[in-house]
Ligand binder design. Structure first.
Ligand code: NAD
Length: 303
């Protein structure tokens, strides 16, 4: 199967890696060669790490890398399926689905890895709504076993079956959920992360104390701030906006502190700075962020 992956960031890179490792021919696209190369470098590092740990043979690493072709510009492409994993922005994704409709064969499936945006809306931008579907992988893609599959109102059974089988071939457990804002995963997770940010904003605890409460008290493997930074604060804010608008319910209003962090360009681990400070973009936690745009949070976060 030939898989076009659009977006070579955290998620697109991960999807390209699992697809190539499962034997798919992969075309990896982003906005220009530099971003595609950055994605390829991360994939190479991940596969090298698997070789070092003895989980992958050097021959299998080389074969997987050999199946990925960089595609710095979107152009006419002979793919069986496109998996869109670009930035979480409805306008951008609608424009991309229009382009993918023009550039892929008429019988190709167009899937989106969106965390929250309506699949029916993306499908309506194309001439093939029956072949449009949500295929929501989790971060980091090589490690996480779940794929949420979301049908739009017009998605056909045949499209669903192909995508379900592809998820299984990628070593994942597919779970079908309905096309509601945030689907299941982010409808449940993101309000919890937002509430943790409100607790920080109101001075109830510090980044570290709130993370420790949730790790040790709730047995979560990561605290909410570590997880929010890992997801990307821009992505979290976009999802909360989709939930807020989609349900018309104030309980989903994004915390002003989250909005301010995103305005500052503090997007979490991927930029090296979020609620924690990292050794560099994509690096490991050095310490809790010391400066906050909010006075209350700054006082408590550094206490
Ligand atoms: P990211 O910021 O790491 O990567 C997004 C990539 O999309 C960037 O490399 C950007 O250059 C690229 N891009 C933007 N516009 C593009 C265009 N027009 N054409 C091609 N590429 C374009 O973000 P991410 O975390 O990889 O998220 C990508 C998608 O996956 C989003 O829809 C997000 O909601 C979803 N998702 C994210 C997570 C997570 O934990 N981060 C989990 C599941 C799903």
């Amino acid at each position: 199967m030939r898989v076009l992956v659009v977006g070579a960031g955290q998620m697109g890179g991960g999807i390209a890696q699992v697809a190539a490792s499962a034997g798919n021919e992969v075309l990896l696209n982003d906005r220009g060669l530099e971003l595609v190369d950055r994605g390829l470098r991360t994939i190479t590092q991940n596969l090298n790490r698997a070789v070092d740990k003895g989980k992958l043979s050097p021959a299998d690493r080389d074969a997987a890398l050999g199946r990925i072709t960089p595609m710095p510009e979107l152009e006419k492409v002979d793919a069986d399926i496109a998996i869109e994993a670009a930035t979480e922005n409805e306008t951008l994704k609608i424009a991309l689905f229009k382009r993918l409709d023009e550039l892929t064969p008429p019988d190709a499936i167009l899937a989106s890895n969106t965390s929250s945006i309506s699949i029916t809306k993306l499908a309506a931008a194309t001439s093939r709504p029956g072949s449009v579907i949500g295929m929501h992988y989790f971060n980091p893609v090589p490690a996480m076993k779940l794929v949420e599959i979301i049908r739009g109102i017009a998605t056909t059974q045949a499209t669903y079956e192909v995508v379900r089988e592809l998820a299984v071939a990628h070593g994942k457990t597919p779970v079908e959920v309905r096309n509601f804002p945030g689907f299941v995963s982010n409808r449940v997770l993101c309000p919890m992360l937002n509430e943790a940010i409100f607790a920080l904003y109101e001075g109830v605890g510090t980044v570290e104390s709130i993370d420790t409460v949730m790790r040790l008290g709730m047995n979560h493997p990561m605290g909410p701030f570590e997880l929010a930074d890992f997801i990307g604060l821009d992505t979290l804010l976009s999802i909360l906006r989709v939930l807020y608008d989609g349900f018309n319910d104030s309980k989903y209003r994004p915390c002003p502190l989250l909005r301010e962090y995103v305005d500052a360009g503090w997007l979490g681990r991927k930029t090296g700075k979020g609620f924690y400070q990292y050794s560099g973009p994509g690096g490991s936690i050095v310490r809790e962020q010391q400066s906050s745009p909010n006075g209350v949070a700054a006082a408590t976060a550094t206490a």
